[in-house]
Design a protein around this ligand. Structure first.
Ligand SMILES: *[C@@H]1O[C@H](CO)[C@@H](O)[C@H](O)[C@H]1NC(C)=O
Ligand SMILES: *[C@@H]1O[C@H](CO)[C@@H](O)[C@H](O)[C@H]1NC(C)=O
Ligand SMILES: *[C@@H]1O[C@H](CO)[C@@H](O)[C@H](O)[C@H]1NC(C)=O
Length: 357
């Protein structure tokens, strides 16, 4: 009788122990899964804003951030390692860090808020740290976990991608702006408190576009095996390059031409800009760059647009508008007609001799 009770007792203890352990495992697993869920929507939104910024920055370049090519270059054996790949990695990781940081400041996550670690300390002549600084440390750490985890290899391409991811995060950090508030009798500004604020994401895009033009080419592809020695050489090479400079290993292909294997559409059919009130130099040259220098002709297309205009408010309560017709002229790159073709071919050769990227 007593024997039985003892057995039941130990069985009961054992059961409790097992339940406790498994619920602990469950809780840990659940917490990780929840963390993943909490951040993953933000990470996805950040990556998307990176792609959109890439499309904006390259709208009038021969390479215009084509999605198909990006898919191929990140998910297949055709991993490219050129200047454009470098920019894409940097802007994507910057987008993820930016969105996470912004989400954090907006109070979207329970476990993070403003960075007030320096508040009260002297920042410089006449100002103290104060207020709500955007928490870039948080954004940096989480985006690193998500974005860098995609690089599983140990070769020079993986090293290049990791380096450029870091350049993107440094770009977010480096473009943050100090914003200040005056204190003192009737705004006399005897002291100021300042905090760091994220800029518009456009600023980060502009900054990285400049870095793109000055990207550093590293010659590591030849003889880069997977031996410890070559991994050492890769690590050494990359550690000698500033984390502010984009790095690439290969030259870019000719983006004038369609290449289906690489998912590149070529510039035929692209729109370009000619006349407009406020075009930058880069935009003004777009027809030359996309069409002329690629052996294509520029075609002018006129289209009529109809829109509401001269709207008047009638008491009460209707708005009456007129229909206005406007002719808009747009320019597109098209194949040259046969007669001009020889001309274009020779132009193309002379362009190649000039060897621009
Ligand atoms: C973070 O911000 C992005 C875009 O601003 C938004 O789409 C996303 O839902 C936010 N994430 C959370 C967890 O609120
Ligand atoms: C497309 O790119 C691949 C890889 O660079 C190259 O081998 C191939 O010749 C290209 N195809 C065309 C049609 O240019
Ligand atoms: C046109 O360019 C000027 C000077 O760069 C700028 O100040 C202005 O805001 C621009 N206007 C538009 C409509 O973009």
């Amino acid at each position: 009788m007593f024997m039985h009770l003892e057995v039941y007792y130990y069985a009961f203890i054992l059961m409790r122990f097992i339940l406790c352990i498994s619920s602990q495992i469950f809780l840990v697993w659940f917490a990780l899964f929840q963390a993943y869920l909490i951040y993953s929507s933000s990470v996805a939104a950040g990556a998307q804003s990176g792609i959109e910024e890439c499309k904006y920055q390259f709208a009038w370049d021969r390479w215009n951030c084509p999605e198909r090519a990006l898919q191929l270059s990140t998910h297949s054996g055709l991993r490219s390692a050129n200047r454009e790949t470098a920019f894409f990695h940097a802007i994507s990781s910057a987008g993820v860090m930016y969105t996470l940081t912004r989400n954090c400041s907006l109070g979207d996550f329970d476990n993070c808020g403003c960075d007030d670690t320096r508040n009260g300390q002297r920042g410089g002549q006449g100002w103290l740290w104060g207020g709500c600084s955007d928490n870039n440390g948080f954004g940096e750490a989480i985006s690193k976990q998500f974005v860098d985890a995609l690089e599983t290899g140990q070769d020079s391409r993986a090293a290049m991608n990791l380096h450029n991811n870091e350049v993107g995060r440094k770009a977010v950090k480096g473009t943050m702006q100090r914003t200040c508030k005056c204190h003192g009798v009737s705004g006399s500004c005897t002291t100021q408190t300042c905090w760091l604020q994220l800029p518009e994401f456009r600023e980060v895009g502009n900054y990285l576009k400049e870095k793109y033009h000055r990207a550093v080419k590293v010659d590591l592809l030849r003889g880069a095996g997977n031996s410890a020695a070559s991994r050492g050489a890769i690590a050494e090479t990359f550690s000698s390059i500033s984390r502010k400079e984009l790095v690439h290993l290969e030259d870019s292909p000719d983006y004038c031409l369609e290449n289906r294997t690489l998912g590149l559409p070529g510039t035929e059919g692209r729109e370009c800009l000619r006349k407009g009130k406020n075009l930058s130099k880069w935009e003004k040259r777009s027809c030359k760059r996309l069409c002329g220098e690629c052996g294509l002709a520029v075609e002018e297309r006129r289209a009529e647009t109809v829109s509401s205009c001269n709207c008047k408010f009638h008491w009460c309560c209707a708005v009456k508008c007129e229909q206005c017709r406007k002719i808009v002229t747009k320019y597109y790159c098209v194949k040259r007609t046969k007669q001009v073709k020889t001309d274009s071919a020779s132009r193309r050769r002379s362009y190649r001799l000039k060897k621009k990227h």
